[in-house]
Design a protein around this ligand. Structure first.
Ligand code: NAD
Length: 369
């Protein structure tokens, strides 16, 4: 503890839009309550960046994100920006940060806290005790592949008709680096990795499968299996506890990680991390800016608080502090405190600030035990 506090670690705080500002404020309080010396600097991003500087990812915000040791991000977006040209829309800030900082590995844990088992739409016996990790590649795949666009179809039965097209591609280094990240994550957990592909239909994912199989030789202690994405979607709702770590490409990961999020009942509980090759990362809740509840003081801040815990573990090398936050969150849930999104009869309904205060209090009281 003493050693760590000698170094000032810099955290870029990017609250963004909608509930982003409300939930990040609570995560900042929790970080401050740890008694560590963090340098925290805030900058506008998303719609807030556009309002302040005419761009969703202003130069000053990008500079701060680059020089910081880690980034704590809220959420961006509001319907009112939907008519802006695509490059100026709030969501471009996330894509820009991922690209400029080469954040290629997205970690999405889906953990079901025993107290929230009733919040899931699945039967308790299917989901209770769920603890899986989805590792999604973030920088490649059909989301970024060129060429793409709209044109007149150059061939095929609809030659000459208008068409939209994208390109799915993955290079060997891209697959290798995400595979290494996923095998290492599996080593620290249950030592089982499922690589999800569509090798039966797509060349890109036959290649993916071959490379992951090759990387596996360096991790003999991890059990690897391969699963087609359609089967993986089915198994996630049928028997999700069978999984330990899942690794997959950008598009399949996008879809599967949202399905996994819903297994736990509330998107308001799920943190995420996007890491580069040196474990620098951007940490954010898995949900969006929730414009429907923004400003009402009822958003669940726990996903953001748990994202701050992931930040301490993966980027700032403070695993004990990460454990403390996670323990404090479990404690407030055990006390029966719930924001409206996870409320059930017999529990106590609280707002965003009170939930933050309860976590801070749990951290402080643990110091005296
Ligand atoms: P959303 O995640 O913002 O909201 C979906 C539903 O979940 C809403 O009913 C919302 O009230 C609820 N919800 C979300 N987070 C909550 C929380 N912490 N506590 C309680 N309830 C919560 O998704 P959406 O409505 O599809 O999108 C809203 C905006 O967010 C859009 O502009 C979208 O582009 C943007 N978005 C941003 C991100 C991001 O910043 N990473 C991710 C997804 C969506």
């Amino acid at each position: 503890l003493i050693l760590n506090s000698i170094f000032d670690m810099k955290i870029a705080i990017l609250p963004g839009d909608g509930i982003g500002t409300e939930i990040v404020a609570q995560a900042v309080r929790v970080l401050e309550a740890l008694g560590q010396k963090f340098e925290m600097e805030t900058a506008p991003v998303g719609g807030a960046g556009y309002e302040a500087h005419g761009h969703p990812l202003p130069d000053g915000t990008l500079k701060l994100a680059k020089e910081a040791d880690a980034i704590l991000f809220g959420a961006v977006g509001d319907w009112k920006y939907d008519t802006l040209e695509r490059s100026l829309r709030p969501e471009q800030a996330i894509l820009g940060l991922r690209k400029h900082l080469t954040l290629f590995a997205n970690f999405r844990p889906a953990i079901l806290y025993p107290e929230l088992v009733g919040a899931s739409t699945l039967k308790p016996e299917v989901v209770s005790g769920l603890d899986i990790l989805i590792v999604r590649e973030l920088n490649g795949d059909i989301y970024f592949g060129q060429p793409r666009g709209m044109r007149e179809a150059p061939d095929g039965p609809f030659k000459g008709a208008r068409e939209g097209f994208d390109t799915m591609r993955y290079s060997e280094p891209e697959i290798r680096r995400i595979a290494h990240v996923a095998f290492k994550a599996a080593q620290k957990r249950g030592k089982r990795l499922t690589s999800v592909d569509k090798a039966n239909v797509l060349e890109t994912f036959q290649f993916w499968k071959d490379i992951v199989t090759d990387v596996h030789k360096e991790y003999p202690d991890v059990e690897l299996d391969h699963m087609y994405v359609d089967n993986a979607a089915m198994q996630l709702v049928r028997a999700p506890k069978k999984f330990d770590v899942i690794v997959t490409g950008n598009m399949f990961g996008d879809i599967l990680s949202d399905a996994a999020a819903m297994l736990t009942g509330s998107i308001g509980m799920l943190p995420s991390a996007s890491l580069d090759a040196n474990s620098k990362g951007l940490y954010e809740p898995s949900h969006g800016s929730a414009p429907d509840i923004a400003g009402k003081g009822i958003a669940n801040p726990l996903a953001t608080i748990l994202s701050a815990a992931m930040m301490l573990r993966f980027s700032l090398n403070l695993p004990a502090e990460a454990d403390r936050i996670e323990k404090a969150v479990k404690q407030v849930l055990a006390q029966g405190l719930r924001t409206p999104d996870i409320y059930e009869a017999g529990t106590t309904k609280v707002g965003t600030v009170d939930m933050g205060s309860a976590v801070v209090k749990a951290l402080r009281s643990e110091e005296h035990t």
